[in-house]
Design a binder for this molecule. Structure first.
Ligand SMILES: NC(=O)c1ccc[n+]([C@@H]2O[C@H](COP(=O)([O-])OP(=O)(O)OC[C@H]3O[C@@H](n4cnc5c(N)ncnc54)[C@H](O)[C@@H]3O)[C@@H](O)[C@H]2O)c1
Length: 252
């Protein structure tokens, strides 16, 4: 038996059109699974193959999440896994604390936290009824640790309060749901990615790398193993855990 196999298991991935979402989808497919990607970034909903469904869905809208669940039931099979991966950086995202607008704060919370809550409720709730499943929530190092602001000195971006607060809440909800659904056979875990290299300014990459025990930022594919581990039977006795894939960022 290959304990990392996801053979024919349906995995829903929110933010499935984004940088890590597309990687997670490829990884699930490589391990034999089927994917359903939810993202308003898809202009149309389409069935790419019998193993991949792309739905243009806004996860902050409860009606759209429920409709997506119906569509998946009709077109695929019961959902086994959920990767809550979507995030949003709306207008005003990088403003300093003193000027941060409540509107921007709420938009971030709506996707990073409310959307995760709604998808967990709908898909996780179905898993609990069926007595099996795995939910993987994507947090961030800034949900675990306060930012080192010297990394962002003289740069036009930073880590804003809405991001840190939403990602810390993701870890709290992960532990809550692990306890809540443990007796129903549904496991709930988190992945805490470190910064992923993606064309950032060299000065930032250098500062970040110095601050990290492994001396570099992550490559996109380096989150895949953690996701497959947590979705598959390889982690059958793991729940309520936060797996930091951060090059050691949180170790010192
Ligand atoms: N990239 C990194 O360096 C990094 C580091 C730590 C944590 N993370 C986390 O990893 C996850 C993925 O990050 P990424 O870099 O791939 O981000 P990304 O911006 O590339 O992808 C996010 C996706 O979420 C989608 N989205 C936004 N609003 C949505 C909504 N209402 N409904 C459904 N989908 C919506 C976007 O359209 C986008 O495709 C996020 O949760 C992020 O916080 C990323």
């Amino acid at each position: 038996m290959d304990e990392f196999s996801l053979q024919d298991r349906v995995v829903v991935i929110t933010g499935g059109a984004g940088r890590l979402g597309t990687r997670f989808a490829q990884a699930v497919l490589r391990h034999g699974g089927r994917v359903c990607l939810l993202d308003p970034g898809f202009t149309n909903s389409e069935r790419v193959s019998d193993r991949e469904l792309r739905l243009s869905v806004d996860i902050t809208d409860p009606g759209q999440v429920k409709e997506a669940a119906e569509e998946i039931r009709r077109n695929m099979a019961p959902v086994f896994g959920l990767i809550n991966n979507a995030c949003l950086q709306p207008e005003g995202f990088f403003r300093p604390m003193e000027q941060y607008s409540l509107e921007t704060w709420r938009k971030v919370m709506a996707v990073n936290l409310d959307g995760l809550f709604l998808c967990s409720q709908v898909f996780g709730g179905d898993m609990a009824k069926r007595g099996e499943g795995s939910v993987v929530n994507i947090s961030s190092i800034y949900g675990m640790n306060g930012p080192d602001f010297s990394l962002y000195e003289d740069l036009s971006f930073n880590t804003p309060p809405s991001y840190a607060a939403s990602k810390a809440a993701v870890l709290g909800l992960t532990r809550y749901l692990a306890a809540y659904w443990g007796s129903c056979g549904v496991r709930v875990n988190a992945i805490t990615p470190g910064g992923v290299q993606d064309g950032q300014l060299e000065i930032f990459v250098n500062r970040y790398s110095k601050r990290t025990p492994l001396g570099r930022m992550a490559e996109k594919h380096e989150m895949d193993g953690a996701a497959i581990f947590l979705l598959s039977d390889a982690s059958s006795y793991v729940t309520g855990h936060n797996l930091a894939v951060d090059g050691g960022w949180s170790a010192w």
